[in-house]
Design a protein around this ligand. Structure first.
Ligand SMILES: Nc1ncnc2c1ncn2[C@@H]1O[C@H](COP(=O)(O)OP(=O)(O)OP(=O)(O)O)[C@@H](O)[C@H]1O
Length: 236
């Protein structure tokens, strides 16, 4: 479970996240929505300890990510699939990550299989397409077999096959009882993938509801999103 309690993050004069509170429960896919600049990535970075909150807290399984003895076994995150060393082979990249995180290297084969990369495991990452890089990022997130998964814009730029693959994967991960939090601007895709959504605007909570309830009230998730965030778009 992920708990965000009164989380506030300031960058100088920019209030990126403003006393935001919500919980993400296991066994379902939770979509994380909001206009550009509304604070989604900042919130996700706070959850995985990459950004220190100005005030409030973000907890995974009841404690800050950074204080977990085996963080990759608790939380797997895909935040920026481009951030890998291109000169390495995919299998070496994963082996290295496993070793430095106290994870048995037997997991490397398992995650390569699950992400469909087994056949290209010996290739250098710099030759990977965007879709392959995305799969490699997912493989890294799954390495520690974590109960919590966080995907920031995982379908961005993917072809229809890749989008479908992510959809099936996150649904499977939730069906296995894991906690899955996924941000996306592709509302139609989230309507197919998510059970529940958290919507934020200008760093504040706007909605925290089942997709079915929002769709029933507004006609569709897209209509709900546009209605709820209509007055929240403003570049700061
Ligand atoms: N490192 C940083 N330094 C200064 N300002 C930042 C930093 N990171 C984010 N911000 C600002 O904080 C606000 C929230 O940004 P954030 O990236 O969290 O939004 P987002 O909802 O993820 O946006 P998008 O959908 O465009 O990715 C924006 O105004 C952004 O410019």
């Amino acid at each position: 479970m992920i708990e965000v309690n009164e989380l506030t993050k300031r960058y100088g004069s920019t209030l990126a996240v403003d006393r935001l509170s919500f919980q993400v429960r296991p066994g379902r896919v939770t979509g994380f929505l909001g206009p550009n600049g509304s604070g989604k990535s900042t919130t996700l970075r706070a959850v995985v300890g990459l950004d220190a909150p100005t005030s409030g807290e973000a907890l995974v399984n009841g404690r800050p990510y950074a204080s977990s003895p085996h963080p990759m076994r608790e939380v797997g995150a895909l935040l920026d699939a481009g951030a890998v060393h291109g000169g390495r082979r995919a299998s070496d990249h994963l082996r290295c990550l496993a070793r430095s995180n106290g994870i048995g290297t037997s997991r490397v084969g398992a995650v390569l299989e699950r992400t469909g990369l087994a056949g290209v495991a010996g290739r250098r990452i710099k030759g990977f397409s965007l879709g392959m890089r995305q799969r490699l990022g997912v493989a890294a997130a799954l390495l520690g077999d974590p109960g919590i998964l966080i995907f920031d814009e995982p379908v961005n730029g993917l072809d229809p096959d890749g989008v479908r693959w992510i959809r099936d994967l996150v649904r499977e991960l939730a069906a296995e009882g894991r906690t899955v939090l996924m941000s996306s601007h592709l509302i139609a895709e989230l309507a197919l993938t998510a059970d529940h959504v958290v919507v934020i605007g200008r760093g504040r909570l706007i909605a925290d509801e089942p997709v079915s309830a929002l769709a029933e009230r507004f006609g569709s998730l897209e209509a709900a999103y546009l209605h709820l965030t209509g007055t929240e778009v403003e570049y700061r």
